[in-house]
Write a protein that binds this ligand. Structure first.
Ligand code: PBG
Length: 351
């Protein structure tokens, strides 16, 4: 019988060895926290299908941003829920619209210490729930929608957004937004393009979070990508980069790790991945039933997304992960809590 000389298990023996050779790490700097801000409420409202996530009032959203900052989270992305919706989503570019008000208040509180990102779309603001203007035949008109996106971009930049993040999947949206921002003097406002965004069933709970129902049982297959297509995602990414995107995003994350990897290989710009509402809800539901270890599964999910090549992750887990990292838990949910339990308190210096 011959024995192997090289034993991969040697470096897996202790938690300290495993930590030393870990190829991938997760830090609060990698995370972008999504926040829902709802107009006309004075206390946070729970979202049933997203346990632990709430619709904030402007006041509680501002407080949350400050707390996230103290936990080491660098960036938030805002979604607005207006009191009134109409056919074009005009509240989205109202200077006194809920996201614009929240951005101004947040900027006052945190200065430049945190990155404020605004999701740029109209679906939360339209009465039909689509991401653009409907033509007479019930489909979304690409080019007239671009004009709305331009107005939103300028309103969000005027209110203090560092980055706008167009999520509507209209062709040419990045170019249209870039030219509108530049014309308004916002040359320093960056664009994070939802470049490879799929028509996904995993967005279900998000639509509860923003009170969106797509009219007439419709869907977004006419503008978001078909889950069967991978090469097409590379076209989306190339178009968005040519049009001036500063960062690109793949969404959802876990079912699209191949796309994240290809995006990483294809480009040099920062790649973000959105661990979306349904991905979070599945983890929570299984954990609440005691079917999986929620913290361990959360850590494994996020580390997989980073291992695939994402630099940044938008995730509803951001606060919990940051809290766990701040606690100096050696590795959230994986293996024995060796460091915190085994290293004894240092003896007090004798005076
Ligand atoms: C559209 C938008 C959606 C999400 C982010 N931006 C929903 C959609 O495309 O239907 C989904 C995010 C999530 O599921 O967490 N403005």
């Amino acid at each position: 019988m011959t024995f192997p000389q090289r034993r991969l298990r040697r470096l897996r023996r202790t938690d300290a060895l495993r930590r030393m050779v870990a190829e991938t790490t997760l830090s609060a700097d990698d995370l972008i926290a999504p926040l829902f801000v709802r107009e006309g409420i004075d206390r946070p409202q729970p979202i049933v299908s997203l346990p632990g996530v709430v619709q904030h009032s402007v006041d509680t959203a501002v407080k949350e941003v400050v707390e996230l900052g103290m936990l080491g989270i660098n960036a938030v992305i805002l979604f607005g829920i207006p009191e009134t919706k109409d056919s074009v989503g005009s509240e989205a570019w109202n200077p006194d619209g809920v996201v614009q008000v929240a951005l101004r208040r947040m900027r006052e509180e945190v200065g430049d210490a945190m990155v404020l990102i605004a999701d740029l779309c109209v679906d939360e603001y339209t009465d039909h729930g689509h991401c653009g203007v409907l033509d007479g035949k019930g489909s979304v008109d690409n080019d007239s929608t671009l004009e709305l996106y331009q107005r939103i971009a300028v309103a969000q930049a005027d209110a203090g957004a560092d980055i706008v993040a167009p999520s509507g999947m209209m062709d040419g949206q990045v170019a249209a937004i870039r030219s509108a921002l530049d014309a308004a003097g916002h040359v320093d406002v960056a664009i994070m393009a939802y470049a490879a965004k799929y028509a996904s069933a995993f967005y279900g709970p998000f639509r509860d979070a923003v009170d969106v129902t797509i009219a007439d049982g419709g869907d977004r297959c006419g503008y978001q990508q078909d889950p069967r297509n991978g090469r097409e995602a590379m076209s989306e990414i190339r178009f968005d980069l040519d049009e001036g995107a500063d960062l690109i995003m793949v969404k959802p994350a876990m079912a699209y790790l191949d796309i994240i990897l290809r995006a990483r290989l294809e480009t040099d710009v920062p790649v973000a991945a959105y661990h979306v509402s349904g991905e979070y809800a599945m983890l929570e539901a299984a954990a609440q039933n005691g079917w999986i270890d929620g913290d361990a599964a959360a850590f494994e999910s996020l580390i997989s997304i980073k291992r695939a090549g994402a630099d940044l992750i938008l995730t509803y887990l951001a606060r919990r992960v940051a809290e766990a990292l701040a606690d100096r838990r050696p590795q959230l949910g994986t293996g024995p809590r060796a460091l915190t339990s085994a290293i004894k308190e240092l003896p007090e210096e004798s005076s």
